[in-house]
Design a protein around this ligand. Structure first.
Ligand code: NAD
Ligand code: UFG
Length: 338
């Protein structure tokens, strides 16, 4: 199939492009490179030996985005394009609402005009807020979000649900990711955060390589195995492959479907740090600091529905995630460096 990958130069998008090309799909990538570099696309081509058709376009711009639909026959869209920094979304909420929601409007409008029926949307476990029960299933309540970034995901889910109610020719897969980490085993593509990383794993690898003195463990007084936060870390390649499976589901004319993409297993911050200690060969220095505002104690998925309906099962362990994240960090100490 011809798949438009919106936001395909980013972390999850680039790994998904690899899985799509390996599965025999054609990839048309649209990205404004706001939070990514073209080099990621070049490396996707290096890994797969296949070409990616690339457009540098801002998806909030309808007229420019239309060109992509004029020039290509598109069978399906995977929509990664969005801003994702939680603290930034708290300081500049309008930027988040505008970018994340407008880019979605453009895509669904063009889908209608060009008769594209299949859409995969990148949602997040953040839509569950502080979960009422664990593990989290897809029918658990959503919307009690703790920041504007999470609220954009919730709003977009609602928009997609509403349009599917009135158009039964549309097939939409909402994928709620848990915590994607790691990198492609080649070390050619990986996560390349701007400035100081917000997320645990890129911070740990930057400490390990000596770019930062120590990890700040944000709270060790949670009601968890060792007091530190517990999350469902999923290897980026497992997550990326989940999108190929979601597309297979969409072409069965399934209408709207929602899946958690996680492993079903929670690991604490200190368990992650210990996995890195082993892979790196020395102890990662850390200090315990205050909790981060809005953080929850524990979050992990029930991945049963994705397994039963998509055949999705994560195969990589936390050690694999640490190994591949460290390999990427060592081979690319300054990211893509264009
Ligand atoms: P990323 O920032 O690496 O990738 C997003 C890409 O979208 C970037 O390349 C960026 O330049 C592009 N983009 C943003 N706005 C755009 C616009 N208006 N027009 C065109 N391109 C635009 O982020 P990621 O980690 O790869 O995340 C991909 C998606 O998955 C995002 O929607 C994110 O919210 C969601 N998600 C990520 C995580 C995570 O932990 N990484 C977890 C849950 C959900
Ligand atoms: N943590 C630290 N030190 C750090 C960074 C994080 O101890 O420097 C801890 C956090 O307190 C938390 C755990 O590590 O317990 C994971 O934190 P991350 O920032 O890596 O991930 P979050 O679970 O907070 O959030 C991520 C994405 C969100 C997404 C969510 C669910 O940042 O966008 O996963 O998919 F919504």
């Amino acid at each position: 199939m011809n798949i438009l990958v919106a936001g395909g130069a980013g972390y999850i998008g680039s790994h998904t492009c690899v899985e799509l090309l390996n599965a025999g799909h054609e990839v048309i990538c649209v990205d404004n490179l706001l939070n990514s570099k073209y080099e990621a696309i070049r490396r996707v081509e290096l890994i797969t030996g296949k070409k990616v058709k690339f457009y540098r376009i801002d998806l909030t711009n309808y007229e420019e985005s239309k060109i992509v639909f004029e020039e290509n026959h598109i069978d399906g869209i995977i929509h990664f394009a969005g801003l994702k920094c939680v603290p930034e979304s708290i300081s500049v909420p309008l930027k988040y609402y505008q970018n994340n929601i407008d880019s979605t409007f453009t895509l669904v409008r063009l889908m209608k005009e060009y008769n594209v029926r299949n859409l995969v949307f990148s949602s997040s476990a953040t839509v569950y807020g502080n979960p009422l029960k664990l593990p989290i299933t897809e029918d658990d309540p959503i919307g009690n979000t703790t920041n504007p970034y999470g609220t954009t995901k919730y709003f977009i889910e609602k928009i997609l649900m509403d349009i599917c109610k009135v158009d039964n020719t549309l097939n939409v897969a909402i994928l709620r990711y848990f915590n994607p980490v790691g990198a492609h085993p080649s070390g050619l593509i990986g996560e390349d955060p701007n400035g100081i990383p917000n997320n645990l794993v890129p911070y740990v690898t930057q400490v390990a390589i000596g770019k930062r003195p120590y990890l700040k463990v944000t709270g060790n007084d949670y009601d968890t195995i060792d007091g530190t936060g517990v999350r469902d870390y999923i290897h980026i390649c497992d997550l990326a492959y989940g999108h190929v499976l979601a597309l297979n589901k969409l072409v069965t004319n399934c209408g709207l479907v929602i899946y958690n993409l996680g492993t079903g297993k929670g690991n604490s911050v200190m368990e992650v740090v210990r996995a890195f200690d082993k892979i790196v060969g020395h102890e990662i220095p850390y200090k315990v600091v205050e909790r981060r505002v809005g953080d929850i104690a524990t979050c992990y998925a029930d991945p049963t529905k994705a397994y039963k309906e998509l055949g999705f099962k994560a195969k990589y362990s936390i050690e694999d995630m640490a190994k591949d994240a460290w390999n990427w960090q060592q081979k690319n100490p300054n990211g893509y460096e264009e």
